[in-house]
Design a protein around this ligand. Structure first.
Ligand code: ADP
Ligand code: 5GP
Length: 208
């Protein structure tokens, strides 16, 4: 039996150059851990064939996105590859207060905004590919984007990779299972951080 001390949820951010594997790693983590939920972003980009509304993104028009900005509904938002992407604020705030962790697949711009607004709750992880060629191979095998989009994403990769020093942790996603274990280890350790365990004072008082 394990003793549960009430704690505040944390925000786990995974960022990487497109194709390094953060979507794959996110899905693995969500499937193996029931106390973390995915923050589903809104975007103005087109839906890919294997994506579904509300599971991968909320696909919205430019006008709809602008209205949500105006209404203060985003925790952060940014332009990535010519499209707008943003994190709806309310589901995240409700989850953290209820002791549930939230996983974010967002870029370095969004991570910087979360750092400014919620440093105490934030745990950020940057995912690197093992090599440049492997990154290109992964972008191609995903086969959901045209050659033009793959070229554009490869040319942006160096730019995105340059932001690794701004993160709390860095993982090289070479062997998928090993990378998955490393993310789980970070999450397990960060859940034990004293500042998140809001029920500690009461717990210790009962001990002494
Ligand atoms: P991202 O979300 O970072 O853009 P994805 O998770 O979509 O990247 O991964 C891109 C492609 O690489 C997918 O086809 C995925 O199956 C594959 N992939 C991810 N991680 C690994 C890995 N460790 N080894 C081999 N292929 C991988
Ligand atoms: P994709 O189009 O491949 O799904 O995502 C492109 C990039 O946008 C990825 O780097 C992803 O992390 C980032 N992204 C997705 N949602 C958000 C968001 O809500 N905010 C920010 N800042 N970036 C996001």
């Amino acid at each position: 039996m394990s003793t549960n001390i009430p704690r505040r949820g944390l925000m786990l951010v995974l960022s990487s150059p497109s194709g390094a594997g953060k979507t794959t790693l996110s899905r693995g983590l969500l499937a193996s851990d029931s106390n973390i939920m995915l923050s589903v972003s809104a975007t103005t980009r087109k839906k890919r064939p294997n994506e579904s509304e509300g599971r991968d993104y909320f696909f919205v028009s430019r006008d709809g996105f602008d209205a949500a900005i105006e209404a203060g509904e985003f925790l952060e938002y940014a332009t990535v590859f010519d499209h707008l992407y943003g994190t709806p604020k309310k589901p995240v705030m409700d989850a953290l207060a209820a002791g549930q962790d939230v996983l974010f697949d967002i870029d370095w711009q969004g991570t910087q905004q979360l750092k400014e607004r919620a440093r105490e709750d934030l745990v950020s992880v940057f995912v690197l590919p093992p090599t440049h060629d492997e990154l290109e191979r992964r972008l191609r095998i995903r086969a959901q984007d045209s050659d033009d989009v793959v070229r554009k994403r490869m040319s942006k990769a160096a730019d995105e990779i340059s932001h690794w020093p701004e993160y709390d942790y860095v993982i090289v996603n070479d062997d998928l299972a090993i990378a998955q274990e490393k993310i789980k280890a970070i999450l397990d350790a960060e859940r034990l951080r004293l500042t998140r365990q809001v029920g500690l004072s009461d717990f210790v008082r009962r001990l002494t």
